[in-house]
Design a binder for this molecule. Sequence first.
Ligand code: MG
Length: 158
Amino acid sequence: MNKTGIGFDAHRLVAGRKLILGGVCFDHPLGLEGHSDADVLCHAIADALLGAVADGDIGDHFPDSDPQWKDANSLELLARVRERLEARRAKIINVDAVVLAEQPKIAPHRKAMCANLARALKIDPDCVSVKATTMEGLGTVGRKEGIAVMAVVAVEQG
Ligand code: MG
């Protein structure tokens, strides 16, 4: 059976944190606030994958109240989500994501991000798409207060 899942996440940009997106550490004066490494791209994709198989969300499986996930590498969380899908006989077909950010430029790092995501998900990098857009100055993202990501996935469940 073919299934799809949708995921969304947003994190606040703050000083004194690293900016990590898709496992790539960006050279940027601000980073994303969060209990884990706050990799908002991994989080949105993880929620989309869990959604595709109706298996709750990352807050259920990796609660920010659990010290185990403090500063967690979100690529590892994504790999754990992939294992949850494998246990449900769900094969990931493709991943598509949009990063909403005024800064920094995402495109120069897109290939590295897709490669990291593909490795964590054990799928071909050609099946992982990461796009980016600004919000043209509109809203919280437009005011550079944070970064948000929307993700959609397709899976085949046997
Ligand atoms: Mg998050």
